[in-house]
Write a protein that binds this ligand. Sequence first.
Ligand SMILES: C[S@@+](CC[C@H](N)C(=O)[O-])C[C@H]1O[C@@H](n2cnc3c(N)ncnc32)[C@H](O)[C@@H]1O
Length: 203
Amino acid sequence: MFEKLYSGFGSFWGSSPNKIIPRLLRYIKHGSVLDLGMGEGRDAIFLASSGFSVEGVDISSSALKKTISIASEHGLKIKVSEGDARRFKFQHNYDAVICLGVLQLFSIEDIEKVIAAIKENVTSGGLVAISSFTVDNPLEKCPYPSPDGSYCEYYLFKKGEMRNFFSDWKILEYSEYMSKIHKHGDEKLHKHGMVSMIAKKPL
Ligand SMILES: C[S@@+](CC[C@H](N)C(=O)[O-])C[C@H]1O[C@@H](n2cnc3c(N)ncnc32)[C@H](O)[C@@H]1O
């Protein structure tokens, strides 16, 4: 479903990084970052231009082509892999893993596996930045149809649920909130119930 969005627009999610990225940079200044579900690479490109060694994965080839093209325009190197984040084979640990606006697309069983894999593959003292949708999200299903015409049901995080996944880590920032009204591409104006978190793995 994202293929269609990405092939139709210049930069569907915009070119500015996610708001959580400057906040993440208060806690980490250099190192390796993995972006799971990197989309068109707005965060990966910002992090690479800030001196991080960045890898990313996305299931959409159009998204990755855009990332590669923008990165090369800026003379930046980003290692990208086309694939399913739910089956991503971690080759090494990362100083930070970001997964922004992706987990709501997965089942709770897959979310548990992906979060467990992220937690295992962050270096001691390393960080995660995660955002996803909550039960306050006005829509329960993704508004874009999948290739088979069905509409993916979102997983909506309950109050405190994301924090509980990281109860053995230090939570540096955590908020559950309603986003501002906005739109991407030719979408209707809408808002999201969001959870956003930065957490640090114990040393
Ligand atoms: C809402 S977009 C967010 C993109 C990016 N994180 C950002 O904030 O700009 C969700 C992204 O997740 C990707 N995605 C969806 N399912 C995926 C999967 N199973 N594995 C990897 N990426 C996936 C989509 O292709 C899309 O680029």
